[in-house]
Write a protein that binds this ligand. Sequence first.
Ligand SMILES: Nc1ncnc2c1ncn2[C@@H]1O[C@H](COP(=O)(O)OP(=O)(O)OP(=O)(O)O)[C@@H](O)[C@H]1O
Ligand SMILES: [Mg+2]
Length: 272
Amino acid sequence: MIEIKSVSYVYQPGTSQEKVALRNVNLEIPSPSFFCIVGANGSGKSTFARLLNGLYTPTSGDVIVDGINTKDEEKIWEIRKNVGLVFQNPDNQIIGMTVEEDVAFGCENLGLPPEEIEERIEFALRAVGMEEYRKYPPYLLSGGQKQRVAIAGILAMMPKYIVLDEPTTMLDPKGRKDIIKIIRKLYEEEKKTIILITHHMEEVVWAEKVVVFFNGEIVDLGTPKEIFLKEERLDEWGLNLPITTKISKCLSERGFDIPHPLLTPEELALWL
Ligand SMILES: Nc1ncnc2c1ncn2[C@@H]1O[C@H](COP(=O)(O)OP(=O)(O)OP(=O)(O)O)[C@@H](O)[C@H]1O
Ligand SMILES: [Mg+2]
């Protein structure tokens, strides 16, 4: 479990540019689970992500990963190993000259024996459907493929928690779908704990819990259905309903016998 206890985070404290990015945030993320974090630009999502693996430590409050405080410098590697972070831009995350070299990088830092690294590269590339590209130089890959390699690099470290900060933003619709499919599989089959930060509300429908950030605070926490029923508040928070849910709302308001909110296009198609 990751426990976030009364966490605040201030950038450049004590200067004229001081900025409170997070204010008294409390959350418990059990393992395994699938959490989505949503919120308008600047609401503190990326700051929150960086606190989860100790890249940042709270200005006040504590982040505790399986009993280890991220402020405990002696155990920071334990935390980094267990909490993998995937960023928005795959170009900034790829460092190897070949795909396999890139995927191996994190494992090498963990000091694993070569045979074990070999097994992990194979597993990770298979999990993201990139095994055929093993010997490729990453610059020849598409954005979506690069993001899959970045996820494989994290996976190879076998973290229990995977935090993804808007991993589909730079991708086209097909690339986005592929990444979401991989994320769902990691949760459903590999029993990873997923913390997915996203702007795309249609991506949150698979989550167990959706956490809404607004202005540095958590303002709501619920299942996707619970959150989608609060349409007016979503508007205040700068968020949209997914198109499927908008349609189920319009139709049910017009007297059609259709449940609202519907979450996925498949469910909607079935009812139509
Ligand atoms: N390095 C920094 N120095 C000062 N202020 C910062 C820094 N990084 C972020 N901030 C500020 O902290 C607040 C939260 O930023 P953060 O990046 O966590 O938001 P976000 O929800 O991830 O936004 P986005 O949706 O645009 O990615 C914003 O007001 C931002 O301007
Ligand atoms: Mg961000």
